[in-house]
Design a protein around this ligand. Structure first.
Ligand code: CDV
Length: 314
């Protein structure tokens, strides 16, 4: 019996600093309805989808920082999205800034994504592990990227979830560039890997990188991750000029073969869809990337024991 699901990536055009959550959620709902009209049962929204990409600024007051975070999910502003998801029978992935309040009054800040099932229930949560950028502004950089100022490293690992008749995993933006992300999910049998991203079109830390490499590296990373782990990868971008910074689009749906099944063509709100055969990667998992037969973990120790580069002695 074929296991097929139509999935969508809902790319977002810019979100202004003063745009309300209510307005953003309206945009997300419109795209969810459009995806549903095209037969989708799962929609992937971008990283930090509810607000502008605030880590481009060195915000000074705690109050202002917290205004970009959610303390509960769903909340008043996002509840309509959950309701429409349930009404339509469409699952979704949503990135947002999360404050977790723990005992003793301490609060943790994470760059988070949730997976909501087709009944509107949260089926999984992920907190971004690979936080790019800096804690303090870098005056010589073309664009500031201060995720290390606002977020703690995620504490949930890379969990996979059995939901919506599949095994699904998530990662967020910069995580998509790291092979370890996909492999940890691949080792749990992930068939669909979802991610959102906010990526400036020009490398924020290097004025000398040719512009065309941005999109090349974006697709290269996701296509390699998909193929090497025989998984579908769905990437949803924030695109266009947001508060003066141009973000690349290129939202895409990538097959387990590494081939691009759908690719966004605009820099605005845009829904792309593809029919995913969840068994398309099976022959890859049983042959070239049969992990149980071919992986040689006794030779991979450095990957978990060492962080930076240590060249051999001269
Ligand atoms: N939001 C991100 O994680 N952005 C990074 C940028 C800073 C390079 C990315 O990897 O796309």
């Amino acid at each position: 019996m074929p296991r097929k699901i139509v999935v969508a990536a809902a790319q977002m055009g810019p979100v202004a600093r003063d745009e309300s959550r209510w307005h953003v959620v309206d945009r997300l709902i419109s795209m969810m309805r459009e995806a549903h009209r095209r037969g989708a049962r799962l929609v992937v929204f971008p990283e930090l989808a509810l607000t502008t990409f605030f880590p481009r600024w060195a915000l000074q007051s705690e109050e202002e920082v917290d205004s970009f975070f959610e303390t509960e999910m769903p909340n008043n502003a996002t509840a309509p999205l959950f309701e429409v998801a349930k009404e339509l029978g469409v699952g979704f992935h949503l990135g947002y800034a999360e404050i977790e309040a723990v005992a003793g009054g301490k609060r943790h800040h994470y760059n988070t994504a949730i997976l909501v099932d087709q009944k509107g229930k949260i089926a999984g949560k992920y907190r971004k592990v690979h936080l790019p950028g800096y804690a303090e502004p870098q005056p010589h950089h073309p664009v500031q990227h201060l995720e290390k100022r606002y977020f703690e490293v995620g504490n949930l690992g890379f969990p996979a979830f059995r939901t919506m008749d599949s095994i699904m995993g998530m990662c967020i933006c910069n995580d998509r560039r790291w092979p370890e992300t996909y492999r940890v999910l691949g080792l749990q049998g992930a068939e669909i890997i979802m991610l959102g991203y906010n990526t400036p079109s020009a490398n924020p830390s290097s004025a000398s990188e040719p512009l065309h490499l941005g999109m090349f590296h974006n697709l290269l990373s996701m296509q390699a991750g998909a193929y090497q782990n025989a998984a579908w990868v769905i990437g949803a971008a924030k695109a266009g000029i947001e508060e003066g910074v141009h973000h690349m689009g290129g939202s895409c749906i990538i097959a387990p073969t590494g081939e691009i099944a759908a690719l966004a063509t605009t820099e605005g709100d845009e829904v792309i869809t593809a029919e995913c055969d969840l068994d398309k990667g099976t022959y890859i998992r049983e042959t070239i990337f049969n992990f149980a037969a071919h992986r040689r973990i006794e030779h991979y120790k450095l990957i978990t024991e060492q962080t930076g580069v240590v060249p051999p002695p001269e």
